[in-house]
Design a protein around this ligand. Structure first.
Ligand code: ZN
Length: 316
């Protein structure tokens, strides 16, 4: 019988702002105390996951996409690579203030890369947590001045954030994950980041590269209001695939399984990450930290146990 689900072996990264939760809370076999990201569902060359088990064991997700397009709904005329990337991010310290380009800018300036539209689901954070989203400049001219004069306090829009919040970050939106946040990120399959400001930190004795020109090019001014970027997800309806957000690039869902959750997998494919608890997927044990893709034509899905998961597929 053909495998209808791909369990993936994630790739973890080391970052100056990373911590130890990806090993200690999620069980990923990464060493050190600077583990920043787990690329749980990724076909990007900077962290191309492999299939963990089954008939495709050992193959990279990028190869799967190329050799078996039918497993992902034959989307080749719309995407020339696996379109999404799902990460868990453990920020022990603040990430740089950054921005990502859109498809048009990335194609032209970054070697044909995709742009990066991304969104965050806050898995955990302290009571008084904040993050950076947007800025206070009224127009491009003021924005350029604020950046060139390094008036970060005037420029940066920092807002309170809570566990369970969902944040949409369109290209051109300045943002930063702040220390203490544990986030599940769903994004376009891209790794292009322009750093505007890095708190003058040193990495191996040197400041990390900044991309001031590109940042000024792509940051939109004025910034979109906070209400357009942040959504409280509130109480989740149990045992239901609950949609959090949809845009051109992705649809993101939350699942709270308590007992039995059944739904039909009718999307081209459906990415899933178990973020809390454990249970079974059609009889097979799954637990916190597992990343898998329910392939095209999966049909009826039966999840049992007590767990939370975030799922995603392509845009509508
Ligand atoms: Zn980002």
């Amino acid at each position: 019988m053909e495998d209808k689900v791909l369990f993936l072996e994630p790739v973890c990264t080391h970052n100056i702002w990373g911590g130890t939760r990806l090993r200690e809370d999620f069980g990923y076999p990464a060493e050190g105390d600077d583990i920043g990201e787990c690329w749980g569902i990724s076909a990007h060359p900077n962290g191309d996951d492999t299939v963990r088990e089954g008939q495709y064991k050992g193959q990279h997700l990028s190869e799967m996409w190329e050799k078996h397009p039918e497993l992902f709904g034959n989307l080749g005329n719309r995407y020339d690579r696996f379109p999404l990337l799902v990460k868990i991010i453990d920020a022990k310290d603040d990430l740089s203030i950054q921005v990502h380009p859109d498809d048009v800018y990335a194609r032209e300036h970054e070697n044909g890369s995709y742009g990066k539209t991304e969104c965050w689901y806050v898995l955990d954070c302290p009571e008084d947590a904040t993050l950076v989203i947007g800025h206070h400049a009224r127009d491009k001219e003021e924005l350029t001045r604020m950046i060139e004069e390094r008036r970060w306090n005037d420029f940066i829009r920092e807002i309170p954030v809570h566990k369970g919040d969902f944040i949409q970050i369109d290209p051109g939106t300045v943002h930063a994950i702040k220390g203490g946040l544990l986030i599940l990120e769903t994004q376009q399959n891209s790794d292009i980041t322009y750093r505007v400001y890095d708190y003058d930190r040193l990495s191996n004795g040197k400041p990390r590269e900044l991309h001031v020109k590109q940042s000024i090019d792509v940051i939109k001014a004025p910034a979109a209001p906070v209400s357009e970027c942040v959504k409280e997800t509130g109480e989740t309806e149990k045992n239901k695939l609950q949609k959090l957000y949809g845009c051109t690039y992705y649809q993101v869902f939350k699942l709270s399984v308590d007992g039995t959750c059944e739904f039909s997998q009718e999307f081209p494919f459906l990415n899933m990450t178990v973020t809390e608890g454990s249970g079974t997927l059609d009889g097979k044990a799954v637990k916190k930290g597992d990343h898998f893709i329910l392939l095209n034509g999966y049909g009826e899905v039966r999840l049992q146990g007590e767990m939370e998961a975030i799922a995603s597929t392509t845009g509508g």
